[in-house]
Design a protein. Structure first.
Length: 157
């Protein structure tokens, strides 16, 4: 029984190690395990910039979608660290289909290319250097637009 348990632990550890991917951003390239995955172009996104967008492009340079930093104030989110109830989130706009999805903001001070790259790789949004249409559709369905819906509800009061 001990051998079986040890074997299963080793098998799970090996499976987890093979799934883990090293994601990097070098210049305008997103690399996964050292291989080019996609291209990324930054617009704004400095430490004090309010406007921040990242364009995600195929390996041949075609813009496929944009990731925008969005912000609004929500009274339900007021706390000592954020007296105005500031809510940050990321909005993904897929150029070809016009569909949108939203995710929570990374827990960093400002949006960085590596933060966007990790979310894109985790979702599998690219395959063979271009947009994975099925993964993009699943991403939109699974993430929805809860932040902008809340924002609209607050503005409609």
């Amino acid at each position: 029984m001990k051998r079986l348990f040890s074997f299963l632990l080793m098998l799970l550890g090996t499976a987890a190690a093979t799934v883990a991917q090293k994601v990097e951003v070098k210049g305008d390239a997103i690399l996964v395990d050292g291989a080019k995955y996609a291209l990324i172009e930054q617009d704004g996104c400095g430490l004090m910039d309010v406007d921040c967008m990242y364009y995600l492009k195929s390996l041949d340079g075609k813009r496929l979608f944009v990731v925008k930093q969005q912000i609004f104030n929500d009274p339900a989110e007021v706390k000592a660290s954020s007296p105005e109830g500031r809510v940050l989130y990321l909005q993904y706009l897929f150029t070809g289909s016009g569909t949108k999805a939203e995710t929570s903001f990374p827990t960093t001070l400002h949006l960085r290319a590596i933060d966007v790259a990790r979310k894109v790789v985790k979702a599998g949004l690219f395959a063979n250097g271009t947009l994975n249409e099925q993964a993009a559709a699943d991403f939109v369905t699974n993430n929805g637009n809860a932040f902008s819906e809340r924002r609209q509800a607050l503005n409609g009061r």
